[in-house]
Write a protein that binds this ligand. Structure first.
Ligand code: PEP
Length: 250
């Protein structure tokens, strides 16, 4: 039976008090043995507090991005080694907000993916089309291009320890979720693309869906064959909402 991953991207939200409240609530709610792994991606300043509170628990944590350089004159940036210093085991790469607001190209994203892997972090590679691209019928072309940039740099082997998150840009933070059919179709496309290169890696790859996941729509999404969990933004900021998504797994 596959193990679903429910991952919370806090984006630039929170405060020290909120981190304490949220993580304590999640810890209280993770006693239940279930078929879901959980992970949180807090803003960088809260990683120390996250490490303090989550060490020894079953919840994973990670950074929301990383700079591919090990160190140097990169004001405002954080390296893979720095994330490891705070106990991170995962890192998001290529979130749509990084691609659009911070102009990360497919190649920039691939470089970050490679740096994460080299450091021993699990990269969570985010891909997805805009509304215009979906309406133009180019969803698969766009997603394939985003995946190919990473495949060209790291090969199929790079995905042995990676996670992919399909996040249609039009569904992120909008309250408009892709239907389970729409999401499953793109997830199957992604998995098939990897099957042609290595069916074992493709079969084991976790492909998360992201885009307005909540406690009401999660069960239908996670029930689909190729949807192995969710990358959750807004609903991961409230303990009850995030746990409701986790509980949708069983
Ligand atoms: C996200 O931030 O990756 C995300 C999917 O956000 P939301 O769940 O709020 O749409």
């Amino acid at each position: 039976m596959r193990k679903i991953l429910v991952a919370g991207n806090w984006k630039m939200h929170g405060s020290r008090a909120m981190v304490q409240e949220l993580l304590s609530g999640l810890l209280d709610g993770t006693n239940k043995a279930g078929n879901a792994d959980m992970a949180v991606f807090p803003p960088f300043p809260y990683l120390a507090e996250t490490q303090r509170l989550l060490t020894g628990s079953s919840i994973f944590w990670g950074g929301q991005t990383l700079n591919p350089a090990a160190q140097g004159a990169h004001t405002g940036e954080v390296s893979a080694g720095m994330l490891l210093d705070f106990g991170c085991s995962m890192v998001l790469v290529g979130h749509s907000e990084r691609r659009t607001i911070y102009a990360e190209s497919d190649e920039d994203v691939a470089e970050r993916f490679e740096a994460a892997l080299a450091a021993g972090l699990v990269p969570v590679l985010c891909v997805g089309e805009t509304l215009e691209e979906r309406e133009n019928g180019t969803t698969e072309t766009v997603v394939a291009r985003q995946l190919d940039a990473v495949l060209n740099r790291c090969g199929i082997e790079g995905f042995r320890r990676a996670i992919v998150a399909y996040e249609p840009v039009w569904a992120i933070g909008t309250g408009k979720t892709a239907s389970p059919d729409q999401a499953q179709a793109v997830h199957a496309f992604i998995r098939d693309k990897f099957v042609s290169q290595d069916d074992i890696i493709a079969g084991q790859l976790r492909i998360l869906y992201g885009g307005s996941v909540n406690g009401t729509n999660a069960a239908d999404l996670f029930a689909r064959e190729d949807i192995d969990g969710g990358l959750v933004g807004g609903a991961s900021l409230k303990v009850a909402d995030f746990l409701a998504i986790r509980d949708a797994v069983d």
